[in-house]
Design a binder for this molecule. Sequence first.
Ligand SMILES: Cc1cc2nc3c(=O)[nH]c(=O)nc-3n(C[C@H](O)[C@H](O)[C@H](O)COP(=O)(O)OP(=O)(O)OC[C@H]3O[C@@H](n4cnc5c(N)ncnc54)[C@H](O)[C@@H]3O)c2cc1C
Length: 294
Amino acid sequence: MSEKTKPLYGGRHSAVLEHPDHVRGINHGTMTITAIAELAPSVTRLTATLNHEGDPERWFVTNPAIRLELPDHESEDTVSRVYTVRAVRQNKHAIEIDVDVVRHPGQSVVMSWLKTLEIGDSTRILGPRAHFTPYNEQQLPLGIFADETAIPAVATIIRDMPTTRKAEIWVETPDSAVVTDLPQHPGVTLHWLQRSISEAPASTGRLVDAATEFSEKTEGQLSVWACGEHGEMKRIRDHFRKDRGLPREQVVVFGYWRKLVTSSEIDEQRLQRYEKELAVNPSMTVLDEFEESE
Ligand SMILES: Cc1cc2nc3c(=O)[nH]c(=O)nc-3n(C[C@H](O)[C@H](O)[C@H](O)COP(=O)(O)OP(=O)(O)OC[C@H]3O[C@@H](n4cnc5c(N)ncnc54)[C@H](O)[C@@H]3O)c2cc1C
């Protein structure tokens, strides 16, 4: 694939995305759209085949994430956005993936791209990289809290969880079809936190309430996995780390998007913080987005 020698991203975000720490061990490729389906009123499912340089096994891990290279809707630049590989299938000829894209209010890179996307279109991708999974040691009671952007990740976590594992999972989405589409698991109790169409994403506080209720009813040590809007995730993370005093490795919480901030801005801020933290702690390997050294 000759494209792998070219820089993947142009424009002002290239410094972030081509930073050596960012691209270490990461593969390049393209995905070609083979189907575009409305899974639910708020979710478009993209199916694509891959032309990819890396080890195929890397697609079959729990919670794989990819970066899509997309045209910026406001400039000539290309920018990137991170999505979860909701499902992966391999046949004799190619690997095929599903990516579930949440449609959200307002103008954005991804929303503009979706409007013109057609079967046969190809998009350059970076990855996959295994994103965070729940702490699974000691069979601790596991609570999972996800808004609609993290439901694809939850699907892979349920899919790969041992049948003897138990978990309580809360998902917030306006669409029942997304909830019923999740894999079945004998140890999972699934709670749908329904949001009405008139309520904005990350406006209800229901995930935060569910997390504190789970905390109050469950004694002793816990394992927590939560992904969604940054502000809500910070409240969940602060409850379990500060109020409840759980160790860092048991509280896996990550902001997938942030109200009124674009992903490009988040990437730039994260790189600046990463470099600042690395100067304080040169052996750091994972940046905790909610904790900053003085
Ligand atoms: C590891 C990881 C995995 C992810 N997996 C998925 C996935 O499988 N499916 C998925 O849909 N998303 C997923 N996301 C979230 C997705 O990358 C962001 O929602 C991204 O901001 C969308 O890009 P955009 O161009 O639409 O919006 P941006 O240009 O980034 O933002 C423009 C505006 O839209 C707002 N916005 C962005 N996303 C949302 C939203 N969901 N709801 C309401 N407002 C929003 C922003 O606050 C901003 O004001 C994932 C993120 C990460 C980090």
